[in-house]
Design a protein around this ligand. Sequence first.
Ligand code: PHE
Length: 455
Amino acid sequence: MSENHLSQGGNRSVWSSRLAFILVSAGAAIGLGNIWRFPYMAGENGGGVFVLTYMFFLIIIGIPAMIAELLIGRRGRKNPVDAMKQLAHESNRSGKWAGVGWLGALTLLMVLSFYSVVSGVSIAYLGYAIQGAFSTADTQAILSIWDTVMGRPEILIGWHSVFMIMTMAIVGFGVNQGIETSSRWMMPSLFVVLIVLVVYAAIIGNFKEAVHFLFSFRVQDFTAMGAVDALGQAFFTLATGAGAILIYGSYLSKKTNILNTVFIISVLDLMVALLSGLAIFPIVFANDLSPDGGPGLMFKVLPIAFSKMPGTNIISCLFFLLLIFAAWTSSLSMGEPLVSLLHEKKKISRIRASIYVGLAAWGLGLVCALAFSSWSNFTFWGWHLDDILIGFPTNILLPIGALLFCVFAGWMMQEKFVAEELNSRYAILYLAWRFAVRYLCPIAILIVLLAPLFK
Ligand code: PHE
């Protein structure tokens, strides 16, 4: 992949191969959403009912929306705002569609800010793993590490700052071969470590109860808010609805088949989420912990598993290192659209644009860090501040963005342009996708978002 690089201004180049694109997009998709957020969301929303609703939304709404966003990016070949504007003009539609790009930018800024704080927690945990904190600790001591980290905003803010610098530095210099090549070994390694963890969890934990919890559908657990969570999670995990996939699509070769590629990326993404659930819940049930432990679930539960395994230190270091890499490749995909937007619109260098974006997301991240720690008891209309800072961009803004991408690709763009981008060998796939983005996705997203209001 030596010739593989991204444009750093000037001529826009393309990913060198389909594999390169799959790797970076899987990098964007697979991240904290799969390993940290998916299990705790499932735990808070009754398990199976959430998992199955999420899988259903992922397949029937998430994937078609991701395809829509990707094709817009590839055809537009610009930052999300200008890509939307150009495609709108091409199909004689209002330039106001560029607003979808701006909405996405706002969403990504909000997502990046809390994401960086949680990634910072992962770095703090890597530090504990390096010191061997999990090998000597009993369950109670491990649980209290989480409370220590959450009780001290300076730890959160310190590591959040480190992670933000790591992210913006790479984005500033262009997503270079370093990240692309590291994704090549990192994703498979993460997979292997997760499988090892699942096997261990099965040995030392209560695997049967975990499987039952994760996959049995109990209708009485279904709530309108749970459905909103499942929908938001489907988009979040696919990195869809805000322009991250759009920007990666803007560097994609015309030759790549979008439908197959998206299918591969989503399967990988779903597998990592399910493996994480199967690594975490057996331990939860074997240790009488509560599945609805909230954002701390993974950080409390996996170290318990590590502490009971041979090679605690090595496996815990490896896991947190890979988690940080996974989070890093995702955060790049949030930073890239914002930086290219500023760089292309304001004609400032990428480095400068990265500094501005980094500062903005860092500042907002301070609020998140405080919301997780000192301000964790603040509520607004019954909602905790941290739930709002995570929930609003993921559960509301991402679905709205995805809805607009679907409507744009399904109703606004001239069909000949869309068909040209998707030229599938199987007409039936194209027809199914078109039906999904024109009818199924918009209607389903509206119903899910509006349903809680009518309860
Ligand atoms: N998909 C990433 C994850 O699961 C998060 C993400 C959201 C990335 C939105 C880009 C855009 O962790």
